[in-house]
Design a binder for this molecule. Structure first.
Ligand SMILES: [Zn+2]
Length: 77
């Protein structure tokens, strides 16, 4: 993910959840990773949303956010 897109995710999270912190360890030390897609199941692609990964810098817990809602990806036609 580009630094500009990482900033879009950071700004979105900060606006939507100003008190965002890790749901497991409670740390407020997180970083934005890549956009990922749902995995293959039975050799068929699952139709689903692309997801932005946010990682806790303390315990490694991952949160996923809908990249379409954030504005990183366009909805499927
Ligand atoms: Zn954590």
């Amino acid at each position: 993910m580009t630094p500009a897109n990482q900033n879009i995710v950071k700004d979105w999270i900060t606006a939507k959840v100003p008190t965002y912190h890790c749901s497991l360890c409670g740390a407020n030390k997180w970083s934005v990773g890549d956009v990922v897609m749902p995995p293959l199941a039975n050799n068929n692609l699952i139709a689903g949303q692309p997801m932005a990964v946010v990682q806790c810098g303390a315990c490694g817990h991952l949160d996923l956010f809908d990249a379409i809602s954030i504005g990183l990806k366009k909805p499927y036609a």
